[in-house]
Write a protein that binds this ligand. Structure first.
Ligand SMILES: NC(=O)c1ccc[n+]([C@@H]2O[C@H](COP(=O)([O-])OP(=O)(O)OC[C@H]3O[C@@H](n4cnc5c(N)ncnc54)[C@H](O)[C@@H]3O)[C@@H](O)[C@H]2O)c1
Length: 421
């Protein structure tokens, strides 16, 4: 068996918490006379968590309701308290540690933002839905196939409880993308026959082990360079472009066959680059390409060719002249617009639920990664249906639950090497 599979164990299916059919409230009262504030809890207080909390507050301003951050949670005390201070959260509501999310969920927030590394998302999302919160869960939402299936199952529970789930795929709230998607659906480029989606950039950041670090604290701080926490950059970053491919084509790939490698990365166990052929069936292929190497050509985007034209994800389109209704959004900032849409959907009693959609897009990226790590063709059904496939239960270790139990096993710090010498 390939080394990348050897170092992960195959666990049993994820247990999920029971569903309840209680209706979800929009507002929650914390103190008498203070009943019309939208209260949000923040889990994961890094760059995106703080950004998303601000986006939520800005969305509330557009809608004309007051917002309050009730509590913060982070693995690290300093991060939780810094975010708490920025949003006026009382010190005793700034929680830290791997179980801090549970303390945020115990507060009177009706919404919760989850922006930890994605490996923690399935566990935290299940607990948040159990607690009856509307959820903003940042992409990607898992790092392995059991995680994706867990997100889908929790999403179904959220739907049964009337809870909203929005997922940080902001391209779907961006006018230029929405317009091109509407034009494609109206037939402007005919049938999509192929394309390429790319995220070619640099390693965003690296953290070195420092004195006093445990294995857990080191890999949590340097999560962006460990597959077990980030899913690798094909999942963590490139999921945005893969999500556009799935969205524009309106279906999922049936298999992935790809490769990748590592030449430059200084820490962790991820690849530097991936090149994946995604077979969408009906002779339609999309090339997924991503790279994180400083000093190389950089570009991020999508391009599709159709039977009657072609188009970039959010740019130029050639093909038939077709009119589609103007895209009207309440905010020009897609990061704010996604919160506006989430809150409005709850107010209208028709909560948006994107859980399945983002789980699937994340799993497309995971499918590409598994193919590159193992050198094998990986079929969608191997990840979703075929329980006898070695990939079905492929679980990245340590899991989110392991971190809560105590010291964790340090992942191997070398990348996968497919094939035989
Ligand atoms: N939509 C977008 O464009 C976009 C942009 C950037 C990041 N993201 C996503 O947002 C998420 C966070 O990314 P970031 O850039 O903010 O990273 P970050 O490292 O800045 O923040 C992550 C925070 O989570 C904390 N954390 C780690 N494990 C935790 C746990 N178990 N419980 C509580 N806190 C924990 C970390 O200590 C850190 O403060 C990732 O999923 C990332 O892919 C999305």
């Amino acid at each position: 068996m390939n080394s990348s599979i050897n170092r992960r164990s195959f666990l049993g299916s994820t247990t999920l918490l029971g569903a309840s059919l209680a209706a979800a409230p929009l507002f929650a009262a914390s103190t008498p006379g203070d009943s019309k504030k939208l209260k949000v809890g923040l889990i994961g207080c890094g760059g995106r968590g703080k950004g998303a909390a601000k986006n939520f507050i800005d969305a509330c301003k557009i809608i004309g309701v007051e917002a309050e951050v009730t509590a913060t949670a982070d693995a690290f005390k300093e991060a939780s308290e810094t975010a708490g201070k920025a949003f006026g959260v009382a010190e005793d509501r700034c929680f830290s540690g791997y179980d801090a999310y549970q303390k945020v969920l115990a507060t009177d927030c009706t919404y919760v933002i989850m922006a930890t590394p994605p490996s923690f998302r399935p566990l935290h999302f299940a607990a948040a839905v159990e607690a009856g919160k509307h959820c903003f869960i940042e992409k990607p939402v898992c790092v392995d196939p059991p995680g994706a299936r867990s997100i889908i199952a929790t999403g179904e529970k959220a739907a049964a409880k009337g809870l909203a789930v929005v997922t940080g795929t902001q391209r779907r709230y961006q006018a230029a993308y929405l317009r091109n998607k509407a034009l494609i659906d109206a037939g402007a480029i005919g049938q999509i026959k192929g394309g390429v989606v790319q995220w070619n950039g640099t390693v965003p950041w690296t953290k070195r082990r420092v004195e006093g670090d445990t294995d857990a604290s080191y890999i949590t701080r340097n999560w962006l360079n460990f597959t077990e926490l980030s899913g690798d950059h094909i999942v963590e970053q490139h999921v945005h472009n893969l999500d556009v491919a799935v969205w524009f084509l309106g279906r999922l790939p049936v298999s992935a066959l790809g490769f990748g490698g590592r030449a430059r990365r200084q820490t962790g166990n991820m690849f530097d680059f991936f090149s994946i052929d995604l077979d969408f069936g009906d002779d339609v292929h999309i090339h997924s390409q991503c790279r994180q190497i400083t000093g190389t050509h950089q570009n991020v985007g999508e391009f599709f060719t159709g039977t009657e034209g072609s188009c970039y994800g959010s740019g130029k389109m050639t093909g038939k002249k077709i009119e589609v209704p103007e895209i009207k959004l309440e905010s020009p900032d897609p990061y704010v617009q996604e919160h506006v849409a989430m809150i409005r959907s709850v107010m209208a009693g028709k909560p948006i639920n994107e859980a399945k959609r983002i789980a699937e897009s994340t799993l497309v990226a995971i499918m590409g990664r598994i193919s590159a790590y193992t050198g094998q063709i990986v079929r969608w059904n191997d990840l979703m249906l075929n329980e006898s496939s070695p990939f079905y239960q492929l679980t990245c270790l340590p899991t989110a639950a392991d971190f809560e139990k105590g010291p964790v096993q340090m992942p191997v710090e070398t990348p996968s090497v497919p094939g035989k010498g």
